[in-house]
Design a protein around this ligand. Sequence first.
Ligand SMILES: Cc1cc2nc3c(=O)[nH]c(=O)nc-3n(C[C@H](O)[C@H](O)[C@H](O)COP(=O)(O)OP(=O)(O)OC[C@H]3O[C@@H](n4cnc5c(N)ncnc54)[C@H](O)[C@@H]3O)c2cc1C
Length: 388
Amino acid sequence: MAIIGAGPSGAWAACCLARGGARVALIDPTHPREKPCGGGVTGRALALVAGALDVDRLPACVIRSARFTRAGLGEAAVVPLENRDSASRSLIVASRADFDGLLLAAARDAGAEVIAARVTDVAADRRGFLVATSGREVYAARVIGADGANSLVRRRLAQPFGRAELSIATGYFAHGVTSDEIVIELVADPPGYLWSFPRPTHLAIGICAQADAGATATALRARTADWMRATDVANGARLEPYSWPIPSLTARGFEALTVAGPGWLLAGDAAGLVDPITREGIYFALLSGWWAADAILSGTADPSRRYEDRVRDEIVSELARAARFKGRFFHPRFTRLLMDALHHSAQIRAVMADLVAGRQSYAGLKWRLATTLDAGLAWSVWRTSRTR
Ligand SMILES: Cc1cc2nc3c(=O)[nH]c(=O)nc-3n(C[C@H](O)[C@H](O)[C@H](O)COP(=O)(O)OP(=O)(O)OC[C@H]3O[C@@H](n4cnc5c(N)ncnc54)[C@H](O)[C@@H]3O)c2cc1C
């Protein structure tokens, strides 16, 4: 078994497979490395790996609150996040060098062979796959493509993502500043949000826009810099710029999504499994890595089919719902109502806390919003979410 890419999806798949007795080669040349990312790890993501990782030893900021703002709308609304004990944490923020490093160590300790080489080609033949690397060649009966948004495995064995299925995330690591609060400014153009996520030694600050929306990475970074100046969120910090793509599929893109084929499986970003509203991807990377391993270890004749069915039924359906809701969620009328409700309603603050922590499904979101708001606001939200 060859796994290409040792981010959360690949390292966790390797760990689960090796623990299940499979022979695994995990191929990635980049560790130790930082990855351009907020580094927000939700409680549900932590719960997946808690049995294999000593998450209390992970250098991370435990986030106590989320501060929501909206340009031109005065005061921020502060949403407290639950953190009674390590098992109930809503959100931590970690450097990806540290988080991914722990996952890689867990995979190695479980018995996976880690090969520090770049994969340059993957070719299928009748018996399996020839994986060419910058070092030696590896022959494997099956491959898992866990090589991120620009996945070579996806490009060789399926279709690459088009521009309409990607967003550009860009911003700065602000070194020497930290906090225990995330800051989220809802913006209408490009529809989405600016964020500041504190890690132990720096802030990860950024903005994200669909790649086909016309905004360049340079323009988006300038927008981030303006916001940093206006809010003073990174006062005096040493700034290190970054840019990176995130799969951000439309509902139609999710309907047509391919995540596996004969002998091969895609996981995490390579499979397109990122929430198009919150851009949470780490949880789906870990979950799909685990399910890819589980399908292979199950001994079924067609693990790819088993994996694809499970991902489609339990992840893609929920992410497609998010994609359908996205245009309304960031619509100025909706965000104005939302900010108002966040100020006045403890119940709406609880809904947002659950959304940030990954505890609120999109299937129940509209209903929960409508039933927790007062009648007038509920009617407005209902109408806003129907127009567009
Ligand atoms: C700016 C930004 C902010 C984000 N913030 C958050 C957040 O706060 N919380 C959250 O949950 N998600 C966030 N995401 C999404 C999250 O980063 C991804 O969803 C997650 O990293 C996916 O994990 P993965 O293992 O699938 O891929 P990756 O983490 O991208 O790992 C892929 C690995 O494959 C390796 N690789 C690539 N090509 C090859 C090759 N040819 N040969 C060998 N190895 C290769 C790479 O070196 C890399 O180590 C953010 C993304 C961005 C860009």
